[in-house]
Design a protein around this ligand. Structure first.
Ligand code: ADP
Ligand code: MG
Length: 492
């Protein structure tokens, strides 16, 4: 497998064992439920929730003689996601039957794409603590979800809920390019962000619309890949990090004791913070894959792909680059602002025609800070982009100081209203009138002869004088004018 020399040189993420360094190797299989109204092969609702078995058609229940019909919208969503992952779109793909028995799988097989997936190789770029990491995508294929077995409802009975049965999933398989829990967390976060921008998956991990199977192995730095274990169905980014750390340490312990790793499928127990064995690894031939005779191969043409491509939104990486050049933002600020499409749009409404840096500061530090504290979002913010923009304008025009602007923000947040009118009505305007400032300056100088002596020897003391004048003017004096006047009067 191709290994970049740069990576091998990065010691940072290595784990110290009793007998030397180890490196973690990770590959992820992410299952993302397609954001669609109906299921992959039936017209039943794909909505989350509802009473058990509310959203089940005869196809989803696998009644004899029922035939699957492909949902074109789900195919579009898979192609859209593939384009977002800069991946190759395969114009011909095939649905296979993956045969296994489980009570929540009434067909006795899952329809999935195996040898010929709809999307081939692509890549995702990560920024992990300021370090650029590129992760290869192996493939993205479409498949059906299974139902759910319910074991906790009754002491000696189990139930089956088929609401999820037949919902469309995109399985996104990464190459084994990830090297730490932090990289894996950044990868899932980025995938989720890209799919939310595209509108192809809501990324809601609590509701199960995004789940990850994590393949973990360890090796000596630079050595061949080790044997991997696959941790199934991790449903939170935090748990995924814990599962990886635990599993890597477990494997290192075995190897350092002279043992070897059995390739197996494991479960993460979030309560204990441990992984435990579920079954030994199944092989592809165990599933007796064969093309589903009820479905034609999926053929898509350039026009179909072209339409989707033409309607793609600007994606996070491009938005970050544009924010940095157009608004002069740092990479960090650009990343914070683009985490969600809605917050990026909000920022642009504030920044348009204004100083981008100032707009970013107000959006990130004042607005986002406050929204987080109060459990609100840019969708439910009481301070609109227009109002925040006005506050930025008032500062830029020298009408109010940055300090007073925070008070104005507070008033707009709690009471609403136009910032300009608030400033006018409540006499919050910055005093640039030199007469008034001069009076305050003279008073401070007259009242503090000892400090005047000191500042002449030590000009950094000037800050104290500026502070005093600001205090007596209720923060409304223009700090620059105050400083200029003081310097002139004190002769420094
Ligand atoms: P399967 O479907 O049997 O799980 P795949 O070949 O599709 O097998 O690989 C599944 C995942 O395992 C991929 O994400 C891949 O990157 C990852 N993987 C493969 N080899 C290793 C390894 N040695 N260590 C960690 N992950 C690995
Ligand atoms: Mg697998």
């Amino acid at each position: 497998m191709l290994e970049s020399a740069k990576r091998v040189a990065e010691k940072k993420d290595w784990i110290k064992g009793a007998t030397g360094d180890w490196e973690i190797v990770l590959g992820l299989e992410v299952h993302a439920q397609v954001l669609a109204r109906s299921k992959l092969f039936s017209g039943a609702s794909a909505e989350f929730g509802g009473a058990p078995n509310d959203h089940v058609s005869l196809v989803d229940a696998a009644m004899p003689g029922m035939l699957p019909v492909i949902n074109e919208f789900c195919v579009e969503q898979a192609v859209r996601t593939g384009l977002g992952l800069k991946a190759q779109i395969n114009k011909r793909s095939v649905f296979d039957r993956k045969n296994y028995f489980y009570p929540d799988l009434p067909q006795g097989y899952q329809i999935s794409q195996y040898k010929q997936p709809v999307v081939g190789e692509g890549s995702v770029h990560l920024d992990v603590d300021g370090r650029a990491v590129e992760v290869g995508i192996e493939r993205l294929h479409l498949e059906q979800d299974a139902g759910k077995s319910l074991h906790d409802q009754h002491p000696n009975m189990s139930f089956v809920d088929l609401n999820r049965s037949g919902c469309a999933l995109m399985e996104i398989v990464s190459k084994p390019d990830l090297r730490s829990a932090d990289e894996a967390k950044a990868y899932v976060t980025k995938l989720r962000q890209i799919m939310r921008y595209l509108g192809t998956c809501d990324g809601n991990m609590e509701q199960g619309s995004l789940r990850a199977d994590v393949n973990v192995s360890v090796r000596r730095p630079g050595a061949e890949f080790g044997t991997r274990c696959e941790i199934k169905n991790v449903n939170s980014i935090r748990f995924m990090g814990q599962a990886i750390e635990y599993e890597a340490r477990r494997q290192i312990g075995i190897l350092e004791d002279g043992g070897s790793i059995d390739q197996e499928t494991r479960l993460f127990d979030a309560r204990k913070g441990e992984t435990r064995s579920m079954r030994s690894k199944e092989e592809a031939h165990d599933y007796r894959y064969f093309p589903d005779p009820d479905l034609l191969p999926l053929e898509i043409d350039d026009a179909f792909i072209g339409h989707i491509k033409a309607a793609l939104p600007e994606l996070p990486d491009e938005k970050i680059a544009r924010f940095m050049t157009d608004y002069g933002l740092t990479a960090y600020d650009a990343q914070v602002l683009t985490a969600e499409r809605a917050s990026a749009d909000f920022f642009e409404q504030v920044a348009r025609g204004r100083d981008g840096k100032a707009a970013a500061n107000w959006v990130i530090n004042e607005l986002f800070g406050r929204l987080n504290k109060e459990g609100k979002t840019v969708e439910t913010t009481p301070v609109s982009a227009a109002q925040l923009g006005q506050i930025v304008d008032l500062i830029a025009a020298g009408t109010i100081s940055g300090k007073i602007a925070k008070d104005v923000f507070e008033i707009v947040w709690t009471e609403g209203g136009s910032p300009a009118e608030i400033v006018e009505a409540r006499g919050m305007k910055q005093v640039t009138d030199t007469g008034a400032i001069e009076k305050a300056v003279d008073e401070i100088i007259a009242a503090n002869p000892d400090k005047v002596e000191q500042v002449k020897a030590k000009p950094t003391m000037l800050g104290w004088f500026v502070g005093q004048v600001m205090k007596t003017t209720g923060g409304k004096a223009n700090p620059q004018s105050v400083s200029d006047l003081l310097k002139a009067k004190l002769g420094i």
